[in-house]
Design a protein around this ligand. Structure first.
Ligand code: DI6
Ligand code: FE
Length: 387
């Protein structure tokens, strides 16, 4: 998956050497240095090794579920109508506030386990279902705890600007809750990145601008839910703030693609939400390709718009619904997902990178995107250890 290695950079009949937590060497078996001949060798019998997967956009810390809303939408209500009727994000906020940190952690661990079982080594997790200072901090502490309980890395995003609490005013909420919560969470070391939901039903460009200015003042990188349901300028704003990623981006334009490319911002495609919401506007994949915008794929695992617990399925959906190639899909859950999180130590198989590996019972990498509901994982290596 190295950037200049062609589609997959596949090395047939390969050997890969790990030393401690890192990759020491990889290349054709025939070139394996004699110095490694005496160390333990695990024959993989024709299996495929890829970088371990990275799910670069999730909301796996949350209380409750929204199966009732699923039923409502199947009877014809739109996502926006459900949100305006007090359902949607705000109902998960109530459930998350009412769930203890221990119970939140137990539920999130179950979700993390499902991802880990598909070869995921790194999970990005957002806050945003608290909308008060205490619960935003509780969510982020829970997210951090996951890495203490499972062999997985967690990258946290503060998403205080996710929704306006019921009966509240968006600007007042930003001033009185979101920005103070961000400062408190940062002071506790709970924030790796700052995210927002820039949308008609959430926050507009001037409001997100205030959140991004606060993030940059704290030295934190930003990312943004942009152009998911309409185009209101979020992608352009993300590019202006050198965001690590602009996510969803179904309604992004060619000009947006140009801006993302110039800023080096990753477009994170979330086909699980597209599928769940019966969206018909596809992200401008051809424009992203033409302008060289790196595309990542993630689950967006959340209880409302994307109750999707499979990164493999998001790869299949990225191909079938958005027209990605299987090679783009694999880059989307490895190299480009790492870039969306600002990680330079994983996402490819390169000497010196972390030995976070997935070993698959497949004979070609395209099989990873081709299967639907099939998990061909043989083994996962996390920081050099079989887990
Ligand atoms: N966009 C999404 O798809 C999720 N959040 C967001 O900003 C949906 C979250 C939810 O419906 O609970
Ligand atoms: Fe999301």
């Amino acid at each position: 998956m190295q950037p200049d290695a062609g589609d997959y950079g596949l090395i047939p009949d390969a050997a890969l050497v790990t030393e401690g937590a890192h990759i020491a060497w990889l290349g054709p078996m025939a070139d394996l240095s004699k110095q490694y001949a005496s160390v333990g060798i695990t024959p993989l019998a024709g299996r495929l090794i890829t970088p371990a997967f990275i799910d670069c956009h999730t909301h796996i810390v949350h209380g409750g579920n929204r199966a009732l809303e699923f039923e409502m939408r199947l009877q014809g209500a739109s996502y926006e109508e459900v949100a305006r009727a007090g359902g949607g994000i705000v109902s998960t906020v109530t459930a998350t506030r009412d769930t203890s940190e221990a119970d939140l952690l137990a539920a999130a661990l179950t979700r993390a386990d499902a991802l880990i079982a598909e070869g995921v080594s790194t999970i990005e997790i957002k806050s945003g279902y608290g909308l008060d200072i205490e619960t935003e901090l509780k969510m982020l502490r829970t997210a951090r705890q996951i890495a203490a309980h499972r062999p997985v890395r967690v990258s946290t995003s503060f998403l205080g600007a996710h929704a306006v609490p019921k009966g509240g005013d968006a600007d007042t909420y930003i001033d009185e809750v979101c920005l103070p919560a961000l400062k408190a969470a940062h002071a506790e070391g709970l924030v790796d990145m700052v995210d927002g939901f820039c949308e008609g039903i959430a926050f507009d460009v001037p409001q997100i601008t205030r959140v991004f200015d606060a993030a940059h003042a704290l030295g934190l990188p930003v990312k943004l839910h942009a152009e998911q349901l309409s185009n209101i300028g979020g992608t352009e704003l993300a590019a202006k703030y050198n965001a690590r990623s602009a996510d969803h981006v179904e309604y992004a334009t060619e000009a947006d693609a140009r801006a993302l490319a110039a800023a080096g911002t990753v477009a994170v495609l979330l086909p699980g939400a597209f599928y769940t919401l019966h969206e018909t506007q596809k992200p401008p994949v051809a424009a992203f390709r033409a302008h060289g915008v790196p595309m990542a794929l993630a689950t967006d695992w959340n209880p409302g718009s994307s109750p999707l617990g499979s990164l493999l399925l998001s790869m299949n959906m990225g191909c079938t619904l958005f027209g990605l190639t299987p090679a783009e899909a694999l880059a989307g859950t490895t190299r480009h997902a790492a870039a969306a999180l600002g990680l330079t130590d994983s996402g490819t198989l390169t000497a010196g990178q972390r030995a976070d590996l997935a070993i698959w019972n497949v004979s070609s990498p395209a099989e990873l995107s081709y299967g639907i509901g099939i998990n061909p994982l043989h083994a996962r290596i996390f920081a050099g250890q079989a887990t």
